[in-house]
Design a protein around this ligand. Structure first.
Ligand code: UD1
Length: 338
């Protein structure tokens, strides 16, 4: 298949591009580079041993988006592009709704106009909101606790309505748990701009000496050691989930379907810190600070639907996630070159 990967220069998108190519598909990247450095493309091309078509495009620009479909003969789209910082979305709701919803609608309209109706959507476990049930299943009601989360819930709804209205659409909604890790080469990985919001990049920056210490947000939750528990998933396993979803859509017509992509295991903040300290052979200084407002105590995936229907499961351990994050961080202490 010739697959358009929106946000293909980003963290998860870039790893997925490599796996698409390795699986014999063709990949076309669309990215506005608002949160990615162009040098990632050189790394991708050298790892893949081929050149990759790249469109620098703002997907909320309908004319530019449609033009891409007129030029490229595409079979499917994997839609990663979007703003993704929870805290920033609370401060700038209009910007999040405008960017994330407009770009999704623009891509879908361009697809429809060009008879491309196979779509994989980057969703998130955030759509389960603050449900007290810790093991998340796809049939739980969706809701949100931030504008970012609402853009995922709303986009999922648009996609469900579309599949309902027109049975030519095949739509896979992939709900990611906490993606971490990096390509084993150490050449591509997560490169957050500014202050990292998420745990793993923060820990990695402490280990490499860019930050003094980690703040652990609360140690009085009802969990194994009192710290927050999440389901961390290696980005390589996550990327593989997208290839599995494309394979599924070629074989089976589910219309719209959602799959959790997680390991099924809950890992505490301190367990991750411990694993990272071993992987990096560095100490990770930390201090316990008050809980971060809005944080859930603990949740993880029930990944049995993806196991059964996509034939997919995670393969990489927490130690491998940390080892690969560390390799990326230590080889690229300042992230991608400008
Ligand atoms: C957040 C997002 C989620 C997104 C995910 C990406 C919500 C509300 N937030 O999830 O949408 O998909 O990132 O991975 O859904 N922690 C610390 N210190 C830090 C940073 C984090 O102790 O400096 C703790 C947190 O309290 C939490 C755990 O580490 O228990 C993971 O936090 P984080 O990496 O930010 O991810 P989430 O909040 O789970």
């Amino acid at each position: 298949m010739r697959v358009l990967v929106t946000g293909g220069a980003g963290y998860i998108g870039s790893h997925t591009v490599l796996q698409l190519l390795a699986a014999g598909h063709q990949a076309v990247i669309a990215d506005d580079f608002s949160n990615a450095k162009p040098s990632v493309i050189d790394r991708l091309e050298s790892l893949a041993g081929q050149s990759i078509p790249v469109y620098r495009v703002d997907l909320t620009d309908r004319a530019a988006t449609t033009e891409m479909f007129a030029v490229e003969r595409l079979d499917a789209v994997i839609h990663f592009a979007g703003f993704k910082a929870v805290g920033e979305s609370v401060a700038k709701p209009l910007s999040y709704y405008q960017n994330n919803l407009d770009s999704t609608l623009s891509v879908l309209a361009a697809m429809d106009a060009h008879n491309v109706r196979t779509f994989v959507f980057s969703s998130s476990a955030t759509v389960y909101g603050d449900n007290p049930v810790r093991e998340r299943t796809e049939d739980m009601p969706t809701t949100a606790t931030s504008p970012y989360g609402w853009t995922k819930v709303m986009s999922e709804q648009v996609l469900a309505d579309l599949a309902n209205a027109d049975d030519r659409w095949r739509i896979a909604v992939l709900r990611y748990f906490n993606p971490v890790g990096a390509h084993p080469s150490g050449l591509i990985g997560e490169d957050p701009s500014g202050f990292p919001n998420n745990l793993m990049p923060f820990v990695a920056q402490v280990a490499v000496g860019r930050r003094e210490k980690l703040s652990v947000f609360g140690d009085d939750y009802d969990t194994v050691d009192g710290t927050g528990v999440r389901d961390y998933i290696h980005v390589e396993d996550l990327a593989a989930g997208h290839i599995a979803a494309l394979d599924r859509m070629r074989a089976v017509d589910d219309g719209w379907s959602a799959w959790n992509l997680g390991s099924g295991d809950g890992v505490s903040v301190l367990a991750l810190v411990d694993s990272f300290a071993r992987a990096s052979a560095r100490e990770i200084p930390y201090e316990i600070v008050p809980r971060r407002p809005g944080d859930a105590p603990a949740y993880w995936a029930d990944a049995s639907k993806a196991n059964a229907e996509l034939g997919w499961r995670t393969r990489k351990t927490l130690d491998e996630m940390c080892a690969d994050s560390w390799r990326w961080q230590s080889q690229n202490p300042g992230g991608y070159p400008d």
